[in-house]
Design a protein around this ligand. Sequence first.
Ligand code: CU
Length: 167
Amino acid sequence: MIPPARSTLTAVALLVVTATLFLVSCGSSDDNSNPATTQAASPGAPSPSIVLKQPDPVQPLDEDATRAEGNVIGISVRDAKYIGNKLLVPLGDVVTVRVTNNDQQPHNLRIAGFDGEYNTDDDIVTEPETIGGGQTGEVSFAPAVAGAYTFHCDFHPGSMGGQIIVQ
Ligand SMILES: [Cu+2]
């Protein structure tokens, strides 16, 4: 709706992706070919006024939000549903979302990122990307922009989802 904000969005998104790669340090595809990363608008000054473009969560949200304890916030999966799928995290702090899979089948958790689209460069996804039955996966990031971010499970993109509210 507000096209001029697009470049700012991209710049901030790049910053967050860089931070994520640094924090998670998962050594897959290293992509350092982007000089724009260092020249983001007003470093250290997140823009809370940015309107995030996000898809609707595909799973009904819990009434009560789950808050981080320390820097960890837990979410579990049972019967192919996230349990505790509305997460509240503070702006700017590093937070780790820990996903415990209580099913036999694999799940994961993928955050769409600033562009509101899955399977794009600014996604944030659990490590490992496939959390097997009875296993746990984690994703760490430092949210730089307030808002409600949507996530889903790659294995059940139409029925497993939720929201991370950064404030
Ligand atoms: Cu799933």
